[in-house]
Design a protein around this ligand. Structure first.
Ligand code: NG6
Ligand code: CA
Length: 506
């Protein structure tokens, strides 16, 4: 009888196609994090957007679990990414605010990181897209013309193809592994964030050369008709073309998946959409009727669709866990005159939330987050409190090597929340605004610590949530944080204030 089973197993394996064999043998699912940039809580149709349609992103939601109470740790990019990859709140480490384009690597390679967790578990790991966590040795920074390290590779990614900082910051080149891609050594790159270098025109001196004009900042070196933050010269053969960035990074992601189709892989795919400058491919330009920002949402949806298509065609969909989310809340005019405000037509980028990017209000950090893994994730909507801080411990436990508790780590295993088995989630989450104002969410309540920061960022027209008085909101009844209950509920106020203090001091 036993023999019979062995023999049938042998025959079944022998006659399966190679793809099916792989699926039968591969028990670990692939994991893809699609990390979008500045995408707000109300920016995609599955979160209620009406003016713009995102069928591909919606497909992840239809096959998976959509979170209504998920949070990036911070209201800007660098600290959110730092926290996601290290499991440590960025505000615990100095120098993790919005990084200049020539910053040194902000993450200590000796720390546990998300890619290292997967790599140790035998995954192929790849970082593709926006980085914005610095590159190169501490105190030195990146050598654009030489070996650029440490960087993603030293943190545990086997391969990397990145936009070093943001698309509005120089140098406007891709970095592949340790090198600037397509660099001609006879035309070296120079970058400076204080003083002009070389003789390329700037937005300040030659606005007539611009195809997209800045509204604030962004008036330094012009590359491809767009003036940026910072000065650069050289590296002509390596310069990106903004209109092609989506296709370039999407193709790299597709190649990564194809190359690794037979082994478990972890892909950290960080899109540049929908951050400024929003210069989309002509296939999307003018297509949303909402200006460049809406067009960038369409381009992002296309990118997402290409990833899904690739998984389908390789029969990997059922064996791939996808997390689609954003690094911080939405902003309209973030420094370029791209008609994001004028063509809004009633669209609410942050949905019902108050504030947006940079803000201590929930618009800053409550973000779309959708998880799919067919057959494993409970489909539907989850109101569980979830934070990107927990990805590290979750995937460490999931891949069989749970992290030891350490005072240095904020990450907790939330795998059962991500899979929809636990519908409550964390008991608290900390949010960090631009000027480091911290907020604590605990159950239905949110406390914003008092501070002297400005109430408004007038350049981007966003309420920052700063107040000299403490703020307390019941975010279940008052998702728009309109009624400060600090005076009315001093007991709750003290409770949250004290717990924030004790978490800070830990
Ligand atoms: C700000 C930039 C903004 C954007 C942001 C970083 C100006 C005036 N504003 O300093 O355009 O680049 O940094 O955005 O320069 S993030 O999403 O990468 O954090
Ligand atoms: Ca961002």
């Amino acid at each position: 009888m036993r023999h019979f089973f062995y023999l049938s197993a042998f025959f079944i394996l022998t006659f399966l196609s190679s793809g099916q064999k792989v699926a039968a043998q591969q028990s670990k699912p692939n994991v893809i994090i699609i990390y979008t940039d500045d995408l707000g809580y109300g920016d995609i149709s599955c979160y209620g957007a009406k003016n713009v349609h995102t069928p591909n992103i919606d497909r992840i939601a239809a096959n998976g679990l959509l979170f209504t109470n998920a949070h990036a740790t911070s209201a800007t990019c660098t600290p959110s990414r730092y926290s996601l990859l290290t499991g440590q709140y960025a505000w615990r480490k100095k120098g993790t605010g919005i990084a200049p384009g020539d910053a040194a690597l902000l993450i200590d390679p000796a720390r546990p990181t998300l890619p290292a967790v997967f790599k140790t578990a035998g995954y192929e790991t790849g970082a593709i897209g926006k980085w914005h966590l610095g590159l190169g040795e501490k105190g030195i920074g990146p050598d654009w013309n030489g070996e650029i390290k440490p960087g993603p590779i030293e943190l545990g990614f086997n391969t990397s193809f990145i936009l070093p900082a943001t698309v509005d910051r120089v140098p406007c080149v891709y970095v592949e592994g340790h090198r600037v891609a397509n660099l001609d050594p006879s035309d070296p790159i120079k970058v400076d964030y204080k003083n002009p270098v070389g003789n390329w025109s700037t937005g300040a001196n030659h606005p007539e050369l611009l195809k997209l004009k800045p509204s604030h900042g962004h008036d330094q070196t012009i590359v491809n008709g767009v003036s940026r933050i910072g000065y650069m010269t050289g590296g002509k053969s390596a310069l990106w073309v903004d209109e092609e960035i989506s296709s370039v990074i999407t193709n790299k992601a597709v190649k990564f998946i194809e190359t690794n189709k037979s082994k478990p892989f972890f892909l950290y795919f960080a899109t540049h959409n929908i951050h400024v400058p929003r210069v989309v491919n002509k296939r999307f330009a003018g297509k949303s009727g909402m200006g460049a920002r809406g067009d960038a949402i369409l381009e992002l949806d296309w990118t997402t669709g290409e990833i899904l298509k690739t998984l389908d065609s390789l029969k990997l969909t059922n064996n791939t866990l996808i997390i689609f989310t954003s690094d911080n809340g939405p902003v309209l005019d973030d420094g370029y005159q791209d008609e994001a405000v004028a063509k809004l037509n009633g669209h609410k980028p942050a949905g019902a939330l108050r504030g947006g990017k940079y803000s201590a209000f929930d618009g800053g950090t409550r973000i779309p987050l959708i998880v799919s893994w067919p057959g494993h994730v409970t489909k539907g909507v989850s109101n569980a409190l979830l934070s990107q801080i927990d990805f590290l411990a979750s995937f460490a436990a999931f891949t069989g090597r749970p992290l030891k508790d350490s005072h240095d780590l904020d990450s907790k295993n939330a795998m059962d929340v991500l899979l929809g088995k636990n519908t409550t989630g964390r008991d608290h989450v900390i949010e960090q605004a631009l000027n480091n104002t911290l907020s604590l969410i605990s159950g239905d309540w949110k406390y914003i610590e008092p501070g002297n920061g400005p109430r408004m960022n007038t350049e981007v027209n966003i309420e920052l949530g700063n107040d000299q008085k403490p703020q307390l909101y019941n975010i279940r009844n008052d998702i728009g944080e309109k009624h400060n209950l600090a005076d009315a509920n001093p007991g709750k106020l003290n409770e949250l204030k004290n717990s924030l203090q004790s978490i800070k001091n830990r």
